[in-house]
Design a protein around this ligand. Structure first.
Ligand code: ZN
Length: 228
């Protein structure tokens, strides 16, 4: 894919930043796009901007902040607290309905204007948190709909789709960016960079994956399931 250019959806979190480096390694050149959608922690966009700059990648931030007017959730409404635990089978209150569909649509419009066919997004259904727009079925459907909507062949890459969080840490290691991902990304719902607050659901998931990764690398158990 060295002859192709890709557009990475970059939010400044662990997953999308790992995808940035995955794409950098795989494609001839890349650009990144982020979204200001009225999220609780706009700081993530500053972090993403710095990351993109350090990676030598241009970063465009699209403003879609009316999303917070029509969406009731803890990520865009400061009056709603992030739930510490979730009901089995139910999405957590951090779900922003339709977010990935909206973001992919903006990304696709931007990509087509630049002659880019490949989009990269850091969604995963392996450690499934009941976010319906992180599933493989949705991604394939969006890829098809966007291609039809714009009469243009899009390929949506989701390299983390079948990776656990531990396997995502391993990927960062294999790409030689483990320290960048560990210290310069923001996943925490309380807006604390790196290892985060340790208590919110995003930090717990990240830490569980980290512990599993550290344990498996100690015993030199390497994943052969994936090719970097
Ligand atoms: Zn946290």
């Amino acid at each position: 894919m060295k002859s192709r250019k890709a557009l990475v959806l970059l939010s400044g979190g662990q997953d999308s930043t790992t995808c940035l480096y995955w794409a950098k390694n795989r494609f001839g050149s890349i650009e990144a796009i982020g979204f200001n959608y009225g999220q609780r922690h706009v700081r993530e966009l500053e972090i993403a901007s710095t990351t993109a700059q350090e990676a030598g990648v241009s970063y465009y931030i699209a403003t879609v902040n009316t999303l917070s007017d029509v969406s009731e959730n803890a990520l865009t409404k400061n009056s709603i607290d992030v739930e510490e635990s979730v009901t089995a089978g139910m999405p957590p209150n951090t779900l922003v309905e339709g977010r990935n569909l909206l973001f992919l649509t903006y990304a696709a419009i931007y990509a087509k204007s630049k002659g880019i066919n490949d989009l990269v997004i850091g969604v995963s259904q392996t450690d499934y948190s009941n976010y319906p727009d992180c599933r493989e079925q949705f991604i394939r459907s969006a890829e098809n709909s966007l291609s039809l909507a714009m009469d243009y062949k899009f390929t949506v890459h989701a390299p983390l789709m079948w990776r656990t969080k531990a396997e995502t840490w391993l990927l960062a290691d294999e790409l030689g960016v483990l320290n960048i991902i560990r210290h310069n990304t923001l996943t925490c719902y309380n807006g604390i960079i790196g290892d985060g607050c340790g208590n919110c659901p995003a930090c717990k998931l990240r830490k569980k994956g980290w512990d599993e990764y550290v344990f498996s690398s100690k015993f030199k158990v390497q994943s052969s399931k994936f090719k970097v």
